[in-house]
Write a protein of this length. Structure first.
Length: 207
């Protein structure tokens, strides 16, 4: 089963924890600023960044595997994963904090949309052990230079060596070709609510 220790070091990439929550959230929100599903879900940039920070703080930094890619002295790309066996559940206090932050910055509509999205995503996760790529994003200043591919590449290589499936939900049709080039294939398409843009579950079998 894939473990963080199986992931080879790569130039410019470092594994981070709770101390980097704000950076993870800022890069991820910047990358998803114009994403159709996330625009529907959050209704604005502030609730988007605040919720990514809460999810990083409550789940992905303490329970999962988070990395930043630094180029020319600046953190330009961020990825948040759960490895096989990692818990995707926050504490009750953490869950309440995340939902309160979503409500406080996005209102009741954002809270309802967030709950529906979370429930639908959990329902579609594969039952077999897998590496879950929650987010990979490149800040606007670093786009067009292949940084996202560089960042996730070592984890996908480790998936291949360990025979581990990788899984994600694509929230932007414009990114389908990028994920397909990494070996991900669509397994479904679903709408968490009737008026939502679709989410596209994609899996990558080990090579």
């Amino acid at each position: 089963m894939l473990k963080p220790a199986d992931i080879a070091p790569a130039q410019g990439i470092r594994t981070v924890g709770p101390e980097s929550v704000d950076t993870l959230a800022a890069i991820t929100a910047d990358a998803f600023r114009d994403d159709p599903f996330n625009r529907w879900l959050f209704g604005g940039f502030d609730p988007m960044e605040r919720t990514f920070a809460n999810l990083a703080r409550q789940i992905y930094a303490p329970n999962g595997f988070c990395q930043l890619l630094n180029e020319e002295g600046e953190d330009r790309a961020a990825a948040m994963w759960l490895m096989p066996g990692d818990s995707g559940d926050a504490s009750l206090a953490g869950t309440l904090q995340t939902y309160w932050g979503l409500f406080a910055s996005g209102g009741l509509g954002a809270l309802k949309r967030g709950k529906a999205a979370g429930d639908a995503m959990a329902k579609h996760h594969p039952a077999q052990p897998h590496a879950y790529l929650f987010t990979v994003g490149v800040a606007s200043a670093g786009r067009g230079r292949g940084l996202g591919r560089r960042l996730v590449g070592p984890v996908l290589d480790a998936c291949d060596r360990s025979g581990t499936m990788a899984y994600l939900e694509n929230s932007n049709p414009a990114n389908r070709r990028f994920y397909a080039s990494l070996g991900f294939e669509r397994v479904d398409l679903f709408h968490p609510m009737a008026d939502s843009p679709p989410l596209e579950p994609m899996q990558r079998l080990p090579r």
